[in-house]
Design a protein around this ligand. Structure first.
Ligand SMILES: Cc1cc2nc3c(=O)[nH]c(=O)nc-3n(C[C@H](O)[C@H](O)[C@H](O)COP(=O)(O)OP(=O)(O)OC[C@H]3O[C@@H](n4cnc5c(N)ncnc54)[C@H](O)[C@@H]3O)c2cc1C
Length: 380
């Protein structure tokens, strides 16, 4: 209630953080007529928002509030995609693939969920899977088509949105780290003060610096960080019609917390150790973004683990039935999330940490998907 009251009196908003959450808050604020000053400590955002798959991922969301948030965000992405072609939005859908009977059973259960229609789920046999995505020439038992899933281009989204916002009422200040927050103003590391009526802090997984003083709010929600490994290949000539996920993804996404999940065969030791699942998205230039792994214990490794990459490459090649192109890029990324194992876990963290200062972070592995809807909830 306090947050809402503050927003109604606001004319000028300082958004701190140039990732997708901060940028979508800037978009939502401008759409509602507020002036925005937008500060990012790096010359260009280089956190989770540019390191992800660009999956607007509805399929795996938990029934209820999480699915509602993702579906609303999907609508907003599509609306923005129509206005900002640079986002690379495409309603490509996804296929989650089963390679044995146990995985197929989970897909059948998911296709029978009461909200399967809202997700655009359809259970497909191997021939139908190949009819939807002819690039899949490997061994399959079946697939779950999700028509609601979509793709954006993570390396393009932030600059494209800023170009859309450019003009009176929007000031983008890269290379400015916010180091102090006072009533109605923030100070960046150059000493410049930026007047505002409301501060929206979207620091991603950065919990030091100016955010450090608000750690108690984050701890209260059980916010933690997660590190993932990713790679991207050279362009592949053939166009993929959908995004892809393998059967290991059934272990991670809450929508698949169904009776059949308990019958899944053990993961390979490498996959189990790196908590790997295969997600594969073809980029607009034809390259394949492939991941991922999950590391939960800090301090995180500073280097990347080739065993996990070997596993992911082998999984991709088994499903595609052909070698993937040469890997050109490897990277790791870190996101923050409200620990989903904590009872009653929120979908993300939002708190008014001081009068007129709202901290919004920790959307986890759904942050790219849900950012526009989260921003809408903050500004509503
Ligand atoms: C490898 C990987 C794959 C993923 N895949 C997907 C996916 O396909 N779909 C999906 O929905 N989600 C995905 N996610 C999750 C999603 O990327 C994140 O939830 C989301 O990007 C978080 O956005 P953010 O803006 O909160 O954080 P960030 O992108 O980290 O941005 C925060 C920004 O704040 C800046 N900042 C911090 N402190 C200050 C300060 N004091 N002053 C100024 N600037 C500051 C930082 O420099 C940074 O640029 C993935 C995440 C990773 C790591």
């Amino acid at each position: 209630m306090t947050i809402l009251a503050t927003v109604r009196l606001t004319q000028r908003i300082a958004v701190v953080g140039g990732g997708v959450l901060g940028t979508m808050h800037a978009v939502a604020a401008r759409q509602r007529g507020y002036e925005v000053v937008h500060l990012e400590r790096e010359p260009e955002a280089r956190g989770a928002s540019v390191r992800n798959f660009g999956l607007v991922w509805v399929s795996g969301r938990r029934t209820g509030a999480e699915l509602r948030l993702a579906l609303r965000a999907r609508e907003l992405w599509e609306e923005l995609g129509a206005q900002v072609p640079g986002l690379g939005f495409r309603a490509a859908g996804s296929l989650t693939l089963a390679t044995d009977d146990a995985e197929l059973r989970v897909l059948k259960e998911a296709a029978a969920l009461p909200d399967a229609e809202r997700r655009g789920f359809e259970l497909l046999d191997p021939a139908a899977v190949r009819a939807v995505n002819p690039a899949l020439r490997g061994e399959l038992s079946g697939g779950l088509l999700c028509r609601a899933d979509a793709i954006v281009e993570p390396r393009q989204v932030l600059p494209a949105l800023r170009r859309y916002l450019a003009g009176d009422g929007y000031q983008w200040l890269p290379g400015r780290e916010v180091v102090e927050i006072a009533p109605n103003a923030v100070r960046d590391h150059t000493g410049a003060w930026h007047q505002c009526d409301l501060v929206i802090l979207c620091p991603g997984a950065t919990f030091t610096g100016v955010v450090g003083r608000y750690l108690r709010y984050l701890s209260r929600d059980g916010v933690r960080r997660v590190r993932l490994q990713m790679m991207q290949t050279a362009p592949m000539g053939e166009r993929f019609t959908t995004a892809l996920a393998d059967g290991d993804s059934l272990r991670y996404y809450p929508a698949y917390d169904l009776p059949g999940r308990r019958q899944l065969a053990a993961q390979s030791p490498v996959a189990a150790r790196s908590r790997a699942q295969l997600l594969l998205v073809q980029r607009a230039d034809g390259g394949l973004t492939i991941g991922d792994t999950h590391e939960y214990s800090e301090p995180f490794a500073f280097d990347v683990d080739e065993d996990a990459y070997d596993h992911l490459r082998a999984r991709a090649e088994a499903l595609l039935g052909v070698p993937i192109p040469r890997v050109q890029r490897r990277w790791a990324g870190v996101y923050s999330e409200v620990d989903p194992s904590v009872a009653g876990a929120a979908l993300y963290h939002r708190s008014e940490v001081e009068p007129g200062v709202v901290l919004v972070t920790a959307p986890g592995g759904r942050g790219m998907t849900c950012a526009p809807a989260i921003a809408e909830e903050t500004l509503r």
